[in-house]
Design a protein around this ligand. Structure first.
Ligand code: FAD
Length: 416
């Protein structure tokens, strides 16, 4: 392993920016593929790579300590010869000089660069967005601040009815807080799921005393003495709050790459080997815009652990010279109350939807079709459907609608 320096500037064979899911997996996969060059991971959080999904689930709920959500034990990185450069934010990429520079002026040279910087939580822009007690849920530090305030919170407003907002609402409801969930559209999960699933989750939250407000826009956050006191809706209503959680999506962290001339926009564009348009610069994970077979080859950014880790594997294998292309079926999960949702495929663009199973039994699947072919499944407490339906999605199977809906027929019987 080598880490040579020139003019005092450290140089690594591979520099990975971002110590999250994608960055960690890229280093792991490089070593698994036999790469024995030097590797450094540069991350702006002062922490070893950890899993992000528990932040709105078990970690927020106090059910898992931080040590149990580390992606690998602390000694793993040193043992594998992966240098961690933590607490440093990369602010520029200089592709002609093959180097990056951090906010505090540290330059690092690379032979190959993997950009795995994810995204930052989108913030509200209205008055009061920066009051104490207004939170986003992206990092451990975000959630630790929430946990610290929790004993003094009796009323919370969650803004955004996507997965993160719903998961946070479920935890707060479980803690016995009075929770109002405010969603601008006319249903929760509108961006990612069919209407029956939205209505099911809306009903579940209401059954747990979450006050779900649909079609409600936020006018501003109100405070007193610098602390949040309430949320004013566009219609004039005021919701009292000691805590506000904002879950309205992310902004991809790609500014330094785009400023260096990389192609992109809402993310940085990559090809099937995760290469950006800059020489020897790869990008993976939440920040990477890629043509996806499961989205009809339309460029998409996927925000999932699956996508980040699978793209990391592709970038690592490409770097060691293996022929590989990204073609993984997207999958995702969400845990709320006693409900385990597992999704496979992408339902965007579906022209038909089948309900398989019983909503009242709280175990069912939604199967999405386009032109008669299965393109995605959302499975609620239906792990068998999820496992067996995967093949239907991967192979774009044309199946009889009545058979798909018949729970007495296992999905694997339709997959051949
Ligand atoms: P990240 O894991 O976000 O890592 C990027 C890292 O880069 C971060 O540490 C960031 O601080 C750092 N960084 C950013 N800019 C710079 C810079 N300029 N210089 C240095 N470092 C930088 N996915 C699922 O599949 N299932 C789930 O249930 C699920 N739940 C989630 C719940 C929450 C609360 C959140 C926030 C996400 C959840 N996700 C879930 C999404 C999943 O966590 C992400 O898709 C995944 O983390 C993406 O990995 P990544 O490597 O692209 O980015």
């Amino acid at each position: 392993m080598t880490r040579s320096g020139e003019n005092g500037i450290p140089r690594y064979d591979v520099v990975i920016v971002g110590a999250g899911h994608g960055g960690a997996q890229a280093a792991i996969s490089l070593r698994q593929a036999g790469f024995d060059g030097s590797i450094a991971i540069v991350g702006d959080e002062p922490l070893l790579p950890y899993e992000r999904p528990p932040l709105s689930k078990e970690y927020l709920a106090g059910e898992k300590p931080f040590e149990r959500i580390l992606i690998r034990p602390p000694n793993f990185w040193e043992e594998r010869g992966v240098e961690m450069v933590l607490g440093r934010r990369v602010t520029s990429v200089e592709p002609e000089r093959y180097r990056i520079v951090t906010a505090d002026g540290m330059a690092i040279r690379y032979s190959k660069l993997i950009w795995a910087a994810g995204g930052s939580a989108r913030r509200l822009r209205c008055d009061g967005h920066d009051l104490q007690g207004v939170h986003t849920v992206r990092t451990r530090a975000d959630v630790d601040r929430m946990i610290g305030e929790m004993p003094h919170v009796s009323r919370a407003v969650v803004i955004g009815g996507g997965y993160i907002g719903l998961e946070a609402a479920a935890v707060l409801a479980k803690f016995g807080k009075h929770v109002v969930l405010v969603e601008a559209l006319d249903r929760v999960l509108a961006r990612v799921a069919g209407e029956p699933l939205s209505r099911f989750y809306e009903a579940e939250h209401r059954a747990h005393d979450v006050d779900v407000r649909l079609g409600s826009a936020v006018d501003c956050i109100e405070g007193s003495n610098g602390k949040v006191a309430g949320v004013r809706l566009a219609g004039g209503e005021r919701l009292a709050a000691d805590m506000v959680i904002v879950g309205i999506g992310i902004v991809p962290e790609v500014e330094p790459l785009l400023a260096a001339g990389a192609e992109g926009g809402n993310g940085v564009s990559i090809d099937a080997q995760c290469r950006t348009s800059l020489p020897d610069v790869f990008a993976i994970g939440d920040c990477a815009l890629h043509a996806n077979r499961f989205a009809n080859d339309v460029p998409v950014r996927l925000e999932s652990v699956q996508n980040a880790t699978d793209q990391a594997v592709v970038a690592a294998k490409t770097i060691v010279g293996q022929a590989v292309a990204y073609d993984a079926v997207p999958w995702f999960w969400s845990n709320q109350y006693e409900l385990k949702l597992q999704t496979v495929g992408l339902s965007t663009g579906h022209d038909a939807m089948i309900v398989r199973g019983d909503f009242s039994a709280r175990s069912f699947s939604l199967i999405y079709l386009r032109e008669g072919r299965v393109i995605a499944l959302d499975c609620v407490n239906a792990a068998k459907d999820y496992v067996q339906g995967r093949k239907l999605v991967v192979e774009r199977i044309i199946a009889d609608v009545a058979l798909l809906a018949d729970t007495s027929i296992p999905l694997k019987a339709l997959a051949s």
